[in-house]
Design a protein around this ligand. Structure first.
Ligand code: F6P
Length: 342
């Protein structure tokens, strides 16, 4: 058996830990050989490969990023894309593919597996934690830790100057990073895409914080939207999966708060810092277990499945279910956090 492995979409801490676990177990226990495909779906589309064996995965467990590279290439949007992928799999004698990715990458794996008979197994990854069917994706815990550390630091500088500090975090259309880091970092307002925010209310929270001589920290998810108005975007260009680049709401919010309250406000956009660097211990643990179970799914020829975390168990679920809908923040969780606002 020769197994192809690829990592697609936005990178995240823990990808290398998955690759290592797949290769270690696949070689040591099942005697498999591997082919690495470079840069997500670009690899099988263009026949761009990289050797993948035990020496190639030595020392990568704590490394951020992905040794295979990543991209947002969508072979379903390229002329003859599926045929080219199939031809390259045949050319490199690849019998099965493990696709490690988020909604987009796994959406392609679902179509290839269910509609075109390509033997695929999926591994969920994204810092956004927005994939249904799994309790957590690896990368999320690291991103939340990075954002929390930033919020901790911003508290002290905000207090020295008695300013408002707005922290914009990633997460696309889900508020998981904002909610978890905002709670962990003691933010005075957390704004998430799932609940449109009222600017008057945010300003009232800001002012009540100043009244007790503390400087407010407002955590805003990049996909959050005001009650009256649209999503604030700096850039309208679409990627090959049809997504716009989010970001811009943090800057806009700080200006609005300053204008309405007369208090000085600054914005920190954490951006790709949240995706970089070494994975947390939790993410290494989760990514490693996902890798071990993914190669077991290959051994069982259980195609069209994704590994998922349910409680502390790793289970297999249909890939189609995993990408069918986004996992967004439950309103009850958001309400629960409200006691700390203002
Ligand atoms: O999906 C992960 C993510 O980091 C989102 O939180 C963010 O909106 C997007 O990717 C950024 O994408 P890019 O790496 O293309 O700038």
């Amino acid at each position: 058996m020769r197994v192809g492995v690829l990592t697609g979409g936005g990178d995240c801490p823990g990808l290398n830990a998955v690759i290592r676990a797949i290769v270690r177990k696949g070689v040591q226990e099942y005697g498999y050989e591997f082919t690495g495909f470079r840069d997500g779906w670009h690899g099988p589309l263009e026949g761009d490969t990289v050797p993948l064996d035990i020496p190639a995965v030595r020392g990568i467990l704590p490394r951020g990023g992905t040794i295979l590279g990543s991209s947002r290439t969508n072979p379903l949007k390229v002329e003859n894309g599926v045929r080219r992928v199939k031809d390259n799999l045949a050319k490199y004698e690849v019998d099965a593919l493990v696709a490690i990715g988020g909604e987009d990458t796994l959406g392609v794996a679902t179509a290839l597996s269910d509609d075109y008979g390509v033997p695929c197994v999926g591994v969920p990854k994204t810092i956004d934690n927005d994939l249904a069917a799994t309790d957590y994706t690896f990368g999320f815990d690291t991103a939340v830790n990075i954002a929390t550390e930033a919020i901790d630091r911003l508290h002290t500088t905000a207090e020295s100057h008695m300013r408002v500090l707005v922290v914009e975090v990633m997460g696309r259309h889900a508020g998981w990073i904002a909610l978890h880091s905002g709670l962990a970092g003691g933010a005075n307002a957390i704004l998430i895409p799932e609940q449109r925010f009222d600017l008057d209310q945010v300003c009232a929270w800001v002012e009540s914080r100043f009244k007790i001589r503390y400087a407010p920290i407002v955590v805003v998810a990049e996909g959050a939207m005001p009650k009256d108005g649209d999503m604030v975007l700096k850039d309208q260009t679409l990627d090959s999966f049809g997504h716009v680049r989010l970001s811009g709401v943090g800057e806009w919010l700080a200006k609005e708060i300053e204008r309405r309250t007369g208090k000085e406000a600054r914005t920190t956009v954490l951006g790709h810092v949240q995706r970089g660097g070494t994975p947390s211990a939790f993410d290494r643990w989760l990514a490693t277990r996902f890798g071990l179970h993914a190669i077991d799914a290959v051994r069982d020829r259980d195609w069209g499945k994704m590994v998922a975390l349910r409680g502390t168990e790793i289970v297999r679920v249909p890939l189609r279910d995993a990408t069918a809908q986004l996992k967004t923040v439950d309103p009850r969780l958001y309400t629960e956090a409200g006691v700390f606002f203002g």
